[in-house]
Design a protein around this ligand. Sequence first.
Ligand code: DQQ
Length: 554
Amino acid sequence: VRHGVGIRPAYHFLPAKNWQNDPNGPMYHNGVYHLFYQYNPLGATWGSGNLSWGHSVSRDLVNWAALDIALDPTAPFDHNGCWSGSTTILPGGMPALMYTGRIDNAKVQVQNVAFPRNPADPLLRDWVKPAYNPVISLPADVPGEYFRDPTTAWVGRDSMWRMAIAAKVGGPNGIASTLIYRSKDFRHWKRNDLPLYTSRAASMVECPDLFPVAEPGTEEGRLGYASGTASGAMRHVLKLSVTNMTQDYYAIGRYDDVADTFVPEVDGERSVEDCRTWRRFDYGHVYASKSFFDTRKNRRVLWAWASESDSQYDDLARGWSGVQIVPRKVWLDGDGKQLRQWPIEEIETLRRKRVAALQEAHVNAGGVNEISGAGAQTDVDAIFEIPSLEEAETFEPNWLLDPQKLCEEKGACVPGGVGPFGLLVMASGDLREHTAVFFRVFRHNRKYKVLMCTDLTRSTGRDKVYKAPYGGFVDIDIEQHQRSISLRTLIDHSVVESFGGGGRTCITARVYPVHAENNNSHVFLFNNGTGIVKVSRLEAWTLATAAVNVVHGG
Ligand code: DQQ
């Protein structure tokens, strides 16, 4: 197997070479978008002690220019790695990076700040770490390796800065906590007695993100959190990355801006205490997500890391590892219970040839219809309509807890009643290799339950590659939606990002088809249910290659 040819994404963010993981400190400042990211300049592996902040800039969140590394592990307060953190734009427009440094042989974690050497430089190329770092040292009740990932700071009604930091509190078997620190001057920080949130169920959570959401029907831009201020909103979102699950979970809830505590509003089988029961931004393969408020378009934008899911040997052979998802706009759904996500509209500037425009089409039971002209760089946007829900299979209540397992039991090849129907992407002409993105509708307590899966079982002929299906439920009342459900899928060689039910359920997968080495991938519609499925509307476009950290000249 050749490594990398046909696999390297064409419009997802990745450095020219080497390893990247978490997105760090995304911001929009003076007309420029910045993305920093965990980067190992020495190779295609994580390299904990070498981690630096890679830095790229963009005017449209699609095309990116690579700049020099913003932070590298050279100071006494970070010489074992510059780990994750965030940016805050201080009053007067001065941006500040707050990040975790690993200091000594014990790899103790502390928090450091850095500022642009020349704030007038439009690209903010050069960052200085003041000698007074660290600004926050390790608290006595936190083990050295469990204190990290400061958030963007915000100002409370008492005019004090606040930021959240992940920590395990109370020794090695301590409690996964999100601590709040407060400061008057962004330099001297004091920990609140009460944490923002604790979860006894998870052993460590990292990369917290707290942000306000506009209530349905009101405008995001009204919240006045352009500079990171989180106050003034009725409800907030807390996202936590659960270390041992390598998964991100979020809850919508109430943030008390005096006590600095967060209480999730949970429904169904979700629990306040156990953040692993919360909803997920993505039911596939993403981690360590981070959002920022984009004042250019008054929207919240989410980034997240999608690591490789083949082997480290493959990473080394390719010389690179890890991509960022296409940035997503995030907002509160009209039901007030869940977030919705959609690829930022700028990605549509890459649309070149519209290869399909279907209306009132259909896919017969057992049908497989090619969308000809669609391939490894394609954007598909479709609405399916189910003429009759009569044939829906009966839902078993114990399936509720584990949609992923249900996708394993009922993969794309298992015929059903209503569905499985959807797309086969990154498919070889003979269909031997394909990744299936699909829905299956079940009857449940006189209502219907919609399951969305990305089935990787046949994604590649290679072995030693992750192939278990991903899955999540789509929280919509399909009867209220005229028995219709939408699916948008962004196909980019080894990345398949799908948005089900208008972005209520998202699944990102990494795939490594062998046939793609010959640049000969196909896209099909399929229906493995017992009745026909209508395609009320479907459009598909080829997508151009974006300029992402391309190295010029030389
Ligand atoms: N990655 C960083 C940490 C963070 C983890 C180190 C999450 O700061 O907790 O690369 O992926």
